[in-house]
Design a protein around this ligand. Sequence first.
Ligand SMILES: Cc1ncc(COP(=O)(O)O)c(C=O)c1O
Length: 415
Amino acid sequence: MNIWKKLTHDQVCERVFSALRGNVDYEVNNVLGVPASRLDDKVFFTEPGALAHAPFLSSLIHNPNHIGCHTLGNSEPFFSGTQEIERELIRLCAEDILLGEKNAQDGYVASGGTEANIQAVWVYRNLFMHEHKANPSQIRLLFSEDAHYSMHKASNLLCIPYVQIPVTEKERTADVDALKTELEKLEKEGVKHIIYVANMMTTMFGSVDDLDEIVKVLDASGFDYKIHVDGAFGGFVYPFISKKQALTFKNPAVSSITLDAHKMVQAPYGTGIFLCRKNLIEYVETGAAQYVQGHDYTLSGSRSGANAISVWMILQTYGPHGWHEKILLLANRAAWLGKQLQQLNVPYFRAGKSNIITMDASFISKEIAIKYGLVPDTHDNNPDWYKIVVMDHVTVDSLEPFIEELTTHLTEVNG
Ligand SMILES: Cc1ncc(COP(=O)(O)O)c(C=O)c1O
């Protein structure tokens, strides 16, 4: 680990307060031109003494705007102190978690996984358009049928038609034979460029695409392609439960990765993370952002620096080993749940050591599903599946009553 070290609360406070001191202080500096200030003190409690040990709340009150991308070029000087923390967070994620080379990635804290995924498709669409004079009809966005619906948004917004690749029944990963067939069809349609989004743990099943196999098929197809990994759910889980490196920056075929700290990291909402290799994010530079120092390379525009600080604080407080232990604990609880379901003969899907357990809905009553907040694969029809995501608050103690009630239900149904 180059960057990721466990820090004490005092060290975290020291670092964040020192970063805030590196930003503009609206009370002291005479800043007249920016449409920004501290949070309104008629509404928000801003007593400095009371916040002395609360670096995140202090960051919210200071309200730094992290507009732009801070891993390349210039950035707004007003918030340079806390931009440094975001830069460190991007390096921690890209290098220490996702095995990128030192300082070889760009990135920023986005509003969520959706934005980070759209940002990736935007980068590659522009790359194909600028470098190869492609028109959008010659580009296809490919992803598995279990991929997140943000792909559909990206396709719609960026006018890139999409193709969904069926998943295998057993593994629920993109079916490479179906991919081959689709690519043959696309060649006949005159498509030249592929943006492939691979899943690092899908929303409903936690399944992980076999990227090595996908790359073999893409290479053999002769298409020009770029690969983005959607690790919005899995980015802070999968690298800690699997030794495989195909979905990391160690794999030269991977150009960008989405992470999402407001899921497993329990950071505040607004903490998606977009990461990409150097020399890519420039394809979405908005030169028209003339009033922003360093221009803008992000979909967001203005965004809260406090969000980046919150993710940095959480990861530094755990440290790499503490985080690993946390994820293993969740995986152990999921294993316990799997064992109980097996004993009840309830079919379920669990990908490896994933903390998502997806159960056959026909074994679960609607009442139980509602009572225990299970999430169905669809709200529009009768669901085929219900999932449990083993988060921090989902302990064995909280799973036990669910299993007891399910046991009673199945006994009643089966006589
Ligand atoms: C795999 C995956 N990708 C993307 C997203 C979208 O994330 P967000 O809701 O933060 O935009 C989700 C959300 O559940 C997800 O599970």
